[in-house]
Design a protein around this ligand. Structure first.
Ligand SMILES: [Zn+2]
Length: 141
């Protein structure tokens, strides 16, 4: 089972995800958003942070369709897409995920021909191995 590794800095991200909220860590001093989560602001070096609610909307910045040879646990998941989504509120922040047809659909539920750079997506959540993870749905265009 491939599951994200939850560390101390990132734990709030997963706790909010479990409530169906996509939140990104922000500096409580200068307001800059940062990802992945870490203790110190790279802009002003403050250690004060907060978690800001995102709209859950974004665009596909890039994507790949992994082909064999893949490591065994990835091969068991194939075929699948892996996308980098830039968030509407923070285009410099890009989250890795998968585009699926519905929140609980399998990883191969979207025809890869429908994926394109710039496509609008919105977040959805599902439980994978006891952890609630964000996934991405294509917006109707
Ligand atoms: Zn800062």
């Amino acid at each position: 089972m491939l599951s994200p590794v939850v560390d101390e800095d990132g734990a709030p991200f997963w706790e909010y995800a479990a409530r169906g909220e996509l939140r990104v860590q922000a500096c409580a001093s200068c307001g800059e958003l940062r990802f992945p989560p870490r203790p110190c602001c790279p802009h002003c070096r403050s250690f004060d942070s907060e978690w800001r609610l995102m709209s859950g909307r974004g665009r596909i910045w890039s994507y790949v369709l992994p082909h064999p040879p893949l490591l065994p646990e990835y091969a068991a998941q194939a075929p699948y897409n892996a996308v980098l989504v830039e968030l509407a509120e923070a285009p410099r922040i890009r989250l890795v995920g998968n585009v699926v047809a519905t929140p609980d659909a399998p990883l191969n539920s979207v025809d890869p021909a429908r994926l394109r750079i710039g496509a609008a997506v919105r977040v959805a959540f599902t439980e994978v191995g006891g952890l609630t993870v964000p996934r991405w749905l294509l917006e109707r265009s």
